[in-house]
Design a protein around this ligand. Structure first.
Ligand code: NDP
Length: 432
């Protein structure tokens, strides 16, 4: 804290992990000697660079780009790129830190990293976005590669942006290899990568429900966000028989008392893809500007899938009054520290993103091995493996979690399981 007093998001993420794992570290001679938590709290390196590009009026625009390479203890650096005006070193350090534990939980050999830029794509034309991506990669390409660091997408970086970024990587490096995941399937992408985070979240949720002696059929689920994770989670929850009562975006909440349909989700994707808002919602939906979905409609399950700290104590309290019993995070660190404490006090089952949203990076890991071997899996096979991986993560987390009133503490279990794997590697390396 003394070294980085303004990095609030980063401190929040580190404190949560330290709280759950400090005893494990203290009780293990090798882990304590290696000072694993101290080492992980200091990224391996932070690369910071200027991005210069030209807008449609021919004016020069300047943004900042970063790549935070947090740890490659168990595999190459791996983590998404985010383009959003709120991106700062603190946000990327927290995301890179979380990614280390998440990637360890997948069971795949992946280290942790995160990157992005303060570039705001809202209101920018397709050509401007392309020029920005090309300029961003002209610099980033010096620091990534298939055995070293493999970025993917995150907020505002989807299949289209990965295409622009991969084109620039290939151009500058003169090599065709899998230095990015989330690629289009015609140039090395994996089937099901686009769906993987949202669908994986629902597969994890099915295991949580089973653990609690229930299932998804008929459950009412509130989802926030209207992007990749949110819409795919909503889609798969509906396919599993749940009633999805909301989505949201940065301007308001889209509520569906009787449940969203596949057509509603298609409308949301079309509207957001075209850069429009959700105000002119079709019949059966209600869009309220400035509102959040939490507590606005009765729901037993909450799936925050938008961004960090989107749910505070107040919002969660309203959701609990409207019937919430379970939270599975689609976004990274979507609950404030106060909301996390409230969830615990009120006895909610609460899965942290590092466990429940790990499906995306797991399929990115499969994309890397498909690229390395030049052999590609069918969508059915990827989905089968995704289900298996989410089931394994659930069971691994539960095996490390204390039971509170018969309910596993998912947050503690995820932190300890992820920590243990990375700590074993770091302590084996010696003082290096
Ligand atoms: P997208 O860019 O596809 O969608 C983000 C959504 O969140 C948009 O609907 C956006 O609204 C909304 N949003 C952004 N900021 C806010 C805010 N301050 N308040 C309310 N809504 C907001 O991103 P993803 O779906 O890919 O990512 C969502 C979350 O999931 C992030 O936390 C990300 O780190 C996490 N995640 C993503 C993975 C992936 O595979 N994509 C993997 C694991 C985690 P608007 O349209 O108005 O901007």
């Amino acid at each position: 804290r003394a070294r980085t007093p303004h990095e609030e998001e980063f401190h929040q993420a580190v404190e949560e992990v330290v709280y759950d794992t400090i005893t494990v570290e203290k009780n293990d001679h090798a882990f304590a000697g290696a000072r694993v938590l101290d080492r992980l709290s200091e990224p391996d390196r932070i690369i910071s660079f200027r991005v210069v590009w030209e807008d449609d009026d021919g004016a020069v625009q300047i943004n900042r780009g970063w790549r935070v390479q947090t740890s490659n203890a168990i595999g190459p650096y791996k983590g998404g790129l985010r383009f959003h005006p709120t991106v700062t070193p603190s946000v990327l350090k927290f995301l890179g830190f979380e990614q280390v534990f998440k990637n360890a939980l997948t069971g795949l050999p992946l280290g942790g990293a995160k990157g992005g830029s303060d570039f705001d794509p809202k209101g920018r034309s397709d050509n401007e976005i392309m020029r920005f991506c090309h300029a961003f990669m002209a610099e980033l390409c010096k620091y990534i590669g298939p055995d070293h660091d493999v970025p993917a997408g995150d907020i505002n970086v989807g299949t289209r942006e990965i295409g622009f970024l991969f084109g620039a990587y290939k151009q500058h490096r003169g090599q065709f290899h899998g230095a990015l995941t989330g690629k289009g399937e015609s140039f090395g992408g994996s089937a099901m990568r686009v769906e993987a985070t949202g669908y994986g979240l629902i597969y994890f949720l099915c295991h949580m429900m089973a653990q609690a002696g229930r299932d998804l059929n008929g459950a009412r689920i509130a989802v926030s966000g209207a992007g990749n994770v949110a819409t795919h989670a909503a889609e798969e929850a509906i396919a599993e028989g749940a009633t999805v009562v909301s989505l949201s975006d940065s301007s308001g909440a889209l509520l569906a008392e009787d449940g969203l349909t596949a057509d509603h989700i298609a409308w949301v994707r079309e509207a957001k893809g075209a850069g429009r808002g959700l105000d002119d919602a079709p019949k059966g939906l209600r869009y309220t500007r400035g509102a959040q979905p939490w507590g606005a409609v009765e729901a037993q399950v909450l799936l925050p899938c938008a961004t960090q700290n989107e749910m505070d104590e107040d919002a969660l309290s309203k959701a609990i009054d409207s019937g919430a019993k379970m939270i599975a995070e689609g976004a990274n660190m979507p609950l404030t520290a106060g909301a996390v404490r409230l969830a615990q006090q009120k006895g909610l089952a609460h899965a942290p993103g590092k466990a429940s949203n790990a499906g995306g990076v797991a399929i990115s890991g499969l994309e890397m091995s498909q690229n390395a071997h030049g052999q590609y899996l069918s969508a059915e096979e990827v989905r089968r493996r995704l289900k298996q991986i989410m089931g394994n993560i659930h069971d691994n987390v539960v095996s490390e979690a204390e039971l509170r009133d018969g309910r596993p503490d998912y947050r503690q279990g995820a932190n300890i399981a992820g920590y243990r794997k990375v700590a074993q590697a770091i302590s084996a390396f010696g003082a290096i």
